[in-house]
Design a protein around this ligand. Structure first.
Ligand code: PAF
Length: 298
């Protein structure tokens, strides 16, 4: 589903002056502190822009649960590997701001790379173990980049609660662990995956797919759905459930499966026996585009 700003604009548009855009750490921190001094609960949604309805669902949740909502738009170079898509990652800043203004966001934090990393990156946050599981295995350093930037953003915005999408289930596990280990005060809120009508999980990287690849990409959500159905019918054997998903990939050679695993959602360790709350996570390449999806069994 495509979000058209003009459609959203026809709904209740907040006063144009309501949303402020900050490019410096000092400005953003002052705005947050001013809100806190008025006893406002600060909700924060970190993003890399190229916003879609998945992001907007996080913003809506933040609006519902806080009095001052800040959204960051920062394509963080340190979480991309040398051969990954940092340079061509979709950027649509003006459109993103229009969408956020319609949602009634109070502050957009959009720093330049030099503002966030003026002297490079001598200090990093590493969440050991968990950062090397699932996507972390094939994207070495990715979750160190994520943990470091999220920790920096938390220090700048000082949120009471921060909103993340379940789509990035491994990222959620890493952030939760970081918050717990480093006694950060932000409450981590996780919102459900938003899907297209045919099941494709929304992702900024879907923009890379052509029409044929878009169809191929459905193998991710279909494999998860089949596994979910088999679980619903009583199947509990890990190997059997994984085989059900892998079979679908074998029938779809245009997609290259990277992993299909059933893990504990907190530790990301493979589960010996599938149970409720087990996380089925999948990553696959369609053409040059790496896509991920997951389901929590219920
Ligand atoms: O999920 C994302 O878009 C990014 O990993 C995040 C959390 C904004 C950190 O750069």
């Amino acid at each position: 589903m495509t979000v058209r700003p003009e459609t959203l604009r026809s709904s209740s548009l907040p006063s144009a002056s309501a949303m402020r855009i900050y490019n410096t750490i000092e400005q953003m921190r002052s705005a947050s502190r001013a809100a806190r001094s008025e006893d406002k609960r600060i909700g924060f949604v970190p993003t890399m822009g190229a916003l879609h309805e998945g992001h907007l669902s996080l913003v809506k949740a933040a609006k519902a649960q806080s009095d001052f909502v800040a959204v960051s738009i920062f394509v963080n170079p340190t979480q991309f590997g040398p051969n990954e898509d940092f340079a061509r990652y979709p950027r649509s800043f003006e459109r993103d701001c229009q969408l956020l203004e319609v949602e009634g966001v109070h502050a957009v934090f959009a720093p330049a790379v030099a503002e966030m990393y003026p002297g490079g990156e001598a200090t990093t946050v590493m969440v050991h173990g968990i950062s090397e599981k699932l996507c972390g295995r094939s994207r070495p350093g990715h979750f160190h980049g994520v943990a470091t930037v999220v920790s920096k953003l938390f220090h700048i915005v000082e949120p009471d609660c921060a909103f993340f999408g379940q789509k990035d289930a491994a990222q959620v596990a890493v952030i939760r662990r970081m918050v717990r280990d480093l006694d950060m005060r932000a409450e981590i809120m996780v919102c459900p995956i938003v899907r297209e009508a045919d099941g494709l999980a929304l992702s900024s990287r879907n923009a890379y797919l052509d029409a044929e690849q878009r169809k191929t990409a459905l193998v991710l959500s279909r494999s998860l759905r089949e596994i979910e159905q088999a679980f619903g019918s009583g199947e509990r054997r890990v190997a059997k459930l994984i085989e059900i998903g892998q079979a679908l990939f074998r029938q779809t050679p245009a997609a290259r499966l990277e992993y299909l695993e059933i893990v504990d959602p907190d530790t990301l360790d493979p589960v010996p026996q599938v149970a409720k709350r087990s996380l089925v996570a999948v990553a696959a390449f369609v053409g040059g585009t790496r896509l991920i999806d997951n389901v929590l069994l219920a």
